[in-house]
Design a protein around this ligand. Structure first.
Ligand code: FEO
Length: 398
């Protein structure tokens, strides 16, 4: 995608990635894609803010070439060292060996480990400024967003915040780079939430600290390193981030995530009865088959909704493994303070509920109700399941 001038002398020079299947080798993006946004400031001194993944290097370097001679770049700001923003670093240094890398002290240490780079590094302190000519940059430490070395860069004359991962999301750029010209706002909003829950959520307290720290800055544009650039109303994405970060405390939206798995359709039959009861209450409901849905897509629902219904059979005296994996990832992401209901089929031995309790009790999930049934559910049991769903829906709504 060609470079885009976002303000006089300031360019988006990123790369759209529609071929990587798994972000971080873990999270599916084959349908959605992702962008690695990089920015170039062409002033008396030339600066690039964050690079890209080592992918489509020619396209990336051509974008810079169209604006200026790459070997003339003076500074490279490394807000964050994760290789989706630094993968091209060694190539870049071969072309522009005199470029000075600006980064935190922690990033300096990590540069050696990741790329064996120890020279031409200038460590910045919190609040430091750097004049490029007409433009001035200021650096702020925001550690653990979501790595320990992370900083954000603020361009003072146009009031642009370059926050790297923060305020970004999955979703390749679909032609429109700015949120005000984008016809797919709901897609990017959902993909920002999925990115948040997959990548950032474990550091929600740090997100709130960073938002508070930066709250005194006049910000007219937020230019993250993934997804849309925000310029019409930056408070939309700031408020969303604040809301999602506050959900880490466990006070979330009245709604239910139903995660189920089924070997031969018995637990699925009960799931349909439970869903009937839940939906009769009007409570917002999302249903996921854990064996067929990557946890990346389930986490946003678990993160934002107050109630969780788990439907899973006993498998070898334990919780059906695809459902157990989802619950373990919820634990890994410290999703706390949920209201939980459980149902599931068993054959000759129970065990699923015991394992589920072991996973969620440390997370302070309150088990409202649970029932297990033997083999194929009877009509009476299905009726009981519908009533069970209705009771839980009413509980979560209240
Ligand atoms: Fe987009 Fe943490 O890298």
């Amino acid at each position: 995608m060609p470079a885009v001038e976002i303000k006089p002398g300031i360019y988006w020079i990123g790369v759209n990635d529609r071929t990587t299947d798994l972000f971080e080798g873990l999270w599916p993006i084959s349908r959605e894609g992702v962008s690695y946004n990089s920015y170039l400031i062409d002033d008396d001194k030339k600066a690039i803010i964050d690079l890209t993944k080592s992918l489509k290097g020619d396209e990336y370097l051509d974008n810079i070439d169209e604006i200026l001679d790459i070997s003339k770049v003076d500074y490279l700001v490394v807000n964050h060292l994760e290789p989706d923003h630094s993968g091209l670093l060694r190539t870049f240094r071969r072309i522009a060996p005199k470029v000075t890398i600006l980064c935190s002290a922690k990033a300096k240490d990590m540069l050696e480990g990741f790329f064996s780079i120890t020279e031409n590094i200038q460590v910045v302190s919190d609040g430091d400024t750097l004049s490029l000519g007409k433009h001035k940059l200021q650096f702020f430490f925001v550690p653990f967003l979501h790595w320990p070395e992370t900083i954000v860069t603020y361009e003072t004359s146009n009031r642009i915040l370059f926050p790297c991962d923060a305020f970004g999301g999955y979703g390749a750029i679909r032609g429109a780079l700015f949120e005000d010209g984008c016809k797919h706002f709901e897609f990017y909003k959902q993909e920002s939430l999925r990115y948040y829950t997959n990548i950032v959520a474990n550091f929600s307290a740090r997100v709130l600290t960073a938002i508070e720290k930066l709250s005194g800055l006049p910000i007219e544009i937020i230019a993250p390193s993934h997804g849309l650039i925000w310029r019409k109303n930056v408070s939309v994405i700031i408020d969303l981030y604040k809301k999602w970060a506050e959900y880490a405390r466990g006070e979330t939206e009245p709604g239910v995530t139903l995660v189920y798995g089924s070997m031969y359709g018995n637990t699925e039959a009960m799931m349909n009865a439970v869903a009937q009861g839940l939906s009769s209450t009007g409570v917002p409901l999302e249903i996921f088959d854990a064996a067929r849905t990557h946890v990346s897509y389930i986490l946003p629902s678990l993160w934002t909704k107050k109630g969780v219904v788990v439907g899973a059979p006993t498998y070898e005296v334990s919780l059906f493994p695809p459902v157990a994996e989802v619950m373990r990832m919820a634990a890994h992401k410290h999703i706390i303070n949920k209201k939980l209901a459980y149902f599931g089929s068993y054959g000759w031995s129970k065990g699923a509920l015991k394992e589920l309790k072991g996973i969620v009790e440390p997370l302070k999930w309150e088990i409202a109700e649970a029932f297990e049934f033997n083999g194929i559910p009877t009509k009476e049991e299905l009726k009981k399941g519908k009533e069970f769903g209705k009771r839980f829906g009413d509980l979560v709504k209240d």
